[in-house]
Design a binder for this molecule. Sequence first.
Ligand SMILES: Cc1cc2nc3c(=O)[nH]c(=O)nc-3n(C[C@H](O)[C@H](O)[C@H](O)COP(=O)(O)O)c2cc1C
Length: 343
Amino acid sequence: MKATYISPIQIKKFPSGNSLKDQIMFCCQYGALAPSVHNLQPWSIDIAKNRLTVSVYKGHHADDSDATGRQTWISIGCFVENIMQAAEACGMKAKIIRADYANDAIVLELSASKLKAVEQAKLDFMEARVTNRNPFEDVTLSTKQRKQLIDAAQGLDGAKLFIGSSKKSVELVAELTKRAIGLALSMPRFKKELGRTFRSNLSTRKTGIPGHALGHGLIGSFIEPLRFQYMNIAPKESAKEYRQIKASAGIMFITSRGDIAKYWFNAGRLYERVALLLTSFGISQATIAATVEAPDFHQEIEKHLATTNRLQAVMRYGKSTKKIAPSPRLSVDQLFTSSASRD
Ligand SMILES: Cc1cc2nc3c(=O)[nH]c(=O)nc-3n(C[C@H](O)[C@H](O)[C@H](O)COP(=O)(O)O)c2cc1C
């Protein structure tokens, strides 16, 4: 496989004696590992003194699968969460000092570290987290694990996690997703847009979803983008997704009190906290945005959860023995707003 990964990051290379900019850039490497819609990595950065500005990168916007910007802002939330956790693990202090949603920017202030001890495990989980699209086996969350997951929403205004470990939750999500995917994939523009984000296993591009992450070998990875763009794949894909969800131990539902950028951002931070906690428990996860984005489908889930919150993300979880190769990422240098190359 030729794809370029930035992993593994060498923590011994943390630039404790260097400038704050170098230290912030080091933490941004962990931000770059965050999950994002279609792996578009819709973020860009600027660093001035102790300030890191994270902005929405518009060049790769997924117009048909993310018309409102919800998926983009959830991705930005994941990115910022990783940076903040990485900074803390390296002994730095990081806080959000301004959230300027009108200008699509989040400003963080970071303070330097003399680096006494690194919380290595935290950093390792960020490197180990992947979206695993295989069928899962059953797993039961302990009371302690459930509490840790529920408590992960602390400090994230308006965000709340519901854990659906009953058969009813899994069946409901499987059924609604099957319908939502069938609907989405019957729209030629959506299908084309998604197909264009798929990459062959030989691609050297650093954004988009490589075939291996979708379970394809070399030939399949070349066919997949064409199949999505030009064939009627709705029945097959929705049936496949139904089977995958049914073979899950349960569902994580990430919800918010409101449905605008500030809530999407916090939902994204919660998404990443949940994904990292599951990774630390040795549990796999995969996200399916179809029921969140398809009109009205989210309401059935909200009714099932007996919440007035808005559904923001649906993540299935379970045990998997499959080893998943990481998807490519842009390097930190490429994330600067001044960078000329983004792919
Ligand atoms: C907001 C958001 C929405 C996503 N939606 C889906 C989805 O609907 N289906 C899917 O298979 N993966 C989905 N993903 C997973 C991304 O495709 C994945 O994070 C990306 O390809 C990078 O791969 P990695 O998570 O293994 O690092 C989503 C991720 C995020 C953050």
